[in-house]
Design a binder for this molecule. Structure first.
Ligand SMILES: [Zn+2]
Ligand SMILES: [Zn+2]
Length: 371
């Protein structure tokens, strides 16, 4: 079969909209018709060459929900017609981390930038017959994709698929960073630096945890307004030392219990670190290009202030556990999904969607496919 896809061919070049060949699923795989896919910044880092991938051409897109159309002979617990969310780290089920339920740490995780399927082969080819990779073993900027069952979580059919797509990446990444990594407690104070897709969900997560002060920091004024809607108590439009100073002013000179670095860590980490109270947590949820090899924290300052600097991918919890739980919170009105979607696009408008992301015009842009 064939499928329309947005293909990454060259760095700093618009994605190319092409009709490419797609093979049927192998025994452990499923064919999924994509219903919605979010325009996450990670794909944009790849397009800019800041997150290097092992091959081109490659179909990007990793924040997706859709409907299963066909299943391989060895697939268990997934059937045609099922609504699914695709996870950007597979759960192989057999590595030491998967056996402990820590799928966000799966041993197969480092392979998600390589291009092939979980089994090492390809399901996609372009018009010249060249294999086309799938980013995160998903490649969801396409009408259809074939993924291993290790990347699939079945969800209830009452959840709108456009809302569900966000629970594939940005929502668990942000909400989980607050709940599972920093373990924000009732009454704690929180700083969120960078209120895009991840950051806004850290705000939601901190609110769910009962944080009493949630300080949003961004240099785009509209994002501070959105952050207040999502539960932020204060907004700061500052960077560097100005950011640290403003946070200390809002916290009686003490600093916040938890700071979340959700954008550009090389530039924001030190100011967030210094805005954190002694023995507080600094959580990094954002990508840094692999060409940056150092972070700027004075070791003596780290030692005497006894702060913890930590990373969080996928909200530091298994997507298989988080996704059903987050959808339950959504159903109860405790988690906002619809409000995260600020603009929708057709697949052939995807480059405009990323221009809007770059310009700070979106909380989350989502590509919607006609059923
Ligand atoms: Zn993402
Ligand atoms: Zn595993």
């Amino acid at each position: 079969m064939h499928s329309l896809a947005a293909v990454f061919r060259d760095v700093d070049t618009p994605l190319s909209i092409e009709r490419i060949a797609l093979d049927s699923p192998k025994s452990t795989e499923v064919l999924v018709r994509i219903a919605a896919v979010g325009l996450c910044r990670t794909d944009y880092h790849v397009m800019r060459g800041e997150r290097r991938v092992a091959m081109r051409p490659m179909v990007l897109g990793h924040e997706a929900a859709g409907v299963v159309e066909e299943t391989g002979t060895a697939v268990a617990g997934i059937k045609p017609g099922d609504h699914v969310i695709l996870t950007f780290i597979p759960a192989c089920g057999t590595c030491r981390w998967c056996r402990q339920g820590l799928h966000h740490l799966c041993a197969e995780g480092p392979r998600i930038t390589k291009g092939p399927q979980l089994d090492g082969t390809y399901r996609r080819r372009d018009n010249e017959g060249v294999p086309v990779g799938s980013f995160c073993m998903i490649g969801a900027f396409a009408e259809r994709t074939v993924v291993d069952q290790a990347s699939v979580v079945v969800i209830d059919k009452d959840i709108p698929l456009d809302h569900a797509s966000l629970v594939a990446c940005g929502v668990p990444a942000g909400v989980g960073a607050a709940r599972h990594r920093a373990r924000v407690k009732r009454g704690d104070s929180v700083l969120v630096v960078g209120c895009g897709g991840d950051g806004m969900n850290v705000v939601q997560g901190a609110k769910l945890c009962g944080a009493s002060k949630i300080i949003a920091a961004d240099i785009v004024p509209a994002k501070l307004d959105w952050a207040r809607d999502f539960g932020a108590t204060d907004g700061i439009n500052a960077r560097g030392e100005g950011l640290t100073r403003a946070v200390l002013e809002l916290t009686d000179g003490i600093g916040v219990d938890h700071a979340f670095v959700c954008i550009n860590p090389p530039e924001t980490l030190l100011s967030a670190f210094r805005a954190t109270t002694k023995a507080g947590n600094v959580v990094v949820t954002a990508l840094t290009p692999d060409t940056v090899t150092e972070i700027q924290i004075p070791p003596l300052e780290l030692f005497v202030t006894q702060k913890a600097i930590m990373g969080a991918v996928y909200g530091f919890s298994s997507p298989r556990l988080q996704i059903p739980e987050l959808l339950t919170l959504y159903r109860r009105g405790m988690l906002r999904l619809r409000e995260l979607i600020t603009q929708t696009y057709r697949l052939d408008e995807i480059n405009r969607g990323y221009a809007d992301l770059e310009a700070g015009r979106n909380l989350r842009g989502v590509v919607i496919f006609d059923g």
